[in-house]
Design a protein around this ligand. Structure first.
Ligand SMILES: C[S@@+](CC[C@H](N)C(=O)[O-])C[C@H]1O[C@@H](n2cnc3c(N)ncnc32)[C@H](O)[C@@H]1O
Length: 277
């Protein structure tokens, strides 16, 4: 199989990933939202595995993804609070380097039970290939300062050498924290973005992650390669193409088991490509 970047393929990622490795592909970022094993109906059994199989299959997947990263590359791996700990253990075991357990926080989720708190987050792990170098575009994902009062006067603090230093607010905003707040696509407000895919991620969230983790060129444009082996409705591709229309140069590749989701992904991506900005 001859994969070309900027395309989605209907294929089993467990077959496609070793082919990519053997063909010498390298990526700056693997940004993916794989089946969480919560018995969602994707049209296949991929989200309903026996626990041992779920762990073995994910160890293989994450290992292939590690092999596909270039030396400063990173993995962003979405998961669910039930099982994310297992994924984190696997990442340590296979020699990836922990950078951060991030949280996607949303207030507009809904609960099917009154016997536990309603779920308002999904964790996503960030591990890097190297322990020395990785990409994080801190200034591209700054957020507004909470308190404007505090910004009126400089803050003085002691650095690690005991020297007095002056802190002044960054004109681009505060550093983003590791809790990323973006609404889910539920409700009337998001009906135009929503497709039939049961676990479609919002463009707002995936866009922000690309801005944070995709390498940039000297001119300040995003320039890198991103792999999503569990492409679903293609949100990753849509975001890359939207950015490419602004002059960025992101090459991406998607794999998806179900032709139905591939069709939806291709439709969404073609709409972005064909629409004049
Ligand atoms: C959580 S969804 C991804 C949703 C996606 N982020 C979006 O915004 O639409 C996971 C997807 O992985 C697909 N999938 C499951 N097992 C797969 C496999 N072995 N190879 C490729 N795709 C797979 C499922 O069909 C499902 O569409």
């Amino acid at each position: 199989m001859d994969f070309k970047l900027n395309n989605v393929y209907q294929i089993n990622a467990d077959e496609a990933l070793p082919i990519l490795v053997n063909s010498g592909f390298q990526f700056d970022l693997v940004l993916t939202d794989p089946p969480y094993n919560l018995k969602k109906d994707f049209g296949n059994k991929s989200d309903n595995l026996e626990m041992g199989e779920f762990l073995t299959i994910n160890k293989n997947r994450i290992s292939f993804c590690r092999d596909l990263l270039n030396k400063e590359g990173s993995i962003i791996w979405f998961g669910i609070h039930h099982y994310i700990g297992y994924m984190q253990t696997i990442m340590y075991e296979i020699g990836l380097h922990y950078r951060r357990m991030n949280i996607w926080f949303y207030e507009n989720g809904f609960s099917r039970t009154t016997k536990a708190p309603s779920t308002q987050y999904e964790p996503f792990l960030w591990f890097s290939k190297s322990d020395k170098k990785w990409t994080y575009n801190v200034d591209d994902v700054r957020v507004p300062y909470k308190s404007t009062e505090r910004l009126k006067n400089p803050v003085y603090y002691k650095n690690s050498k005991g020297e007095i230093k002056k802190w002044e607010p960054n004109p681009q905003g505060a550093m983003r924290g590791d809790v990323w707040q973006f609404p889910t696509l539920s409700g009337k407000h998001y009906k135009n973005e929503r497709t039939d895919h049961p676990t479609q991620k919002p463009i707002s969230l995936i866009m922000e992650l690309i801005k944070a983790y995709c390498p940039k060129n000297k001119e300040g444009y995003y320039e890198g390669t991103i792999l999503d082996p569990f492409f679903g409705s293609g949100t990753l591709g849509v975001c890359c193409e939207l950015l490419n229309k602004e002059g960025h140069n992101i090459r991406w590749l998607g794999f998806e088991l179900e032709q139905k989701w591939v069709n939806i992904a291709e439709d969404r991506i073609n709409k972005v490509r064909e629409t004049l900005v």
